[in-house]
Design a protein around this ligand. Structure first.
Ligand code: SF4
Length: 169
């Protein structure tokens, strides 16, 4: 279980997450292999399309321009699969980023909670926690087995390097 950085009450008032400018946005949720089957098998959730590169296929936002995750309830801003949301969503506003051959932990500079707390002791403490979590043998294996979630994001700040074996890159 990943300890969350952004409190849920802050997220519910912000209307940035889970919304995307393009249908094939790099920011749309990308699944671990084990998560794909879990979402398909789970009863009571709407069927969704998953792309060949293991992304949840986003849908047109009925209330505005752009696209939204099909699991987002746009009226109350809640995730319909919150207890089963993907690893990437649990990690956000932190992201696994491939840059210049290095696997880096980065943070989204478009998240207002991040902007308000950049360089604060609270953020430094969380970065130490999440870096240690991701650099554990179990989580490094998780990343090694799921290279699809190591992506090239822009408008992020590098906060730590992850110690993946070179053959993962
Ligand atoms: S799965 Fe849930 S948390 Fe993740 S993008 Fe979709 S609505 Fe947001």
């Amino acid at each position: 279980m990943i300890r969350q950085f952004v409190p849920q009450e802050f997220c519910l008032k912000c209307r940035s997450c889970c919304r995307f400018k393009e249908a094939d946005s790099v920011w749309s949720p990308c699944l671990l292999d084990e998560e794909m089957q879990g979402l398909v098998d789970r009863p009571g959730i709407p069927a969704v399309s998953i792309s060949a590169d293991r992304r949840i296929q986003v849908v047109v936002d009925p209330a505005g321009a752009g696209f939204i995750c099909p699991f987002l309830n746009a009226s109350d801003n809640k995730c319909r699969i919150y207890d089963q949301r993907p690893f990437e969503c649990r990690l956000y506003p932190f992201l696994i980023n491939l840059r210049k051959g290095k696997v880096l932990l980065t943070v989204d500079l478009n998240c207002p909670y991040v902007i308000e707390r950049i360089n604060t002791p609270e953020m430094r403490e969380y970065i130490a926690y999440i870096s240690s979590y991701l650099n554990s043998p179990k989580q490094l294996k998780n990343l090694k087995d799921n290279p699809q979630i190591i992506q090239a994001y822009e408008e992020v700040r590098e906060v730590a390097e992850l110690r993946l074996p070179r053959d993962t890159e």
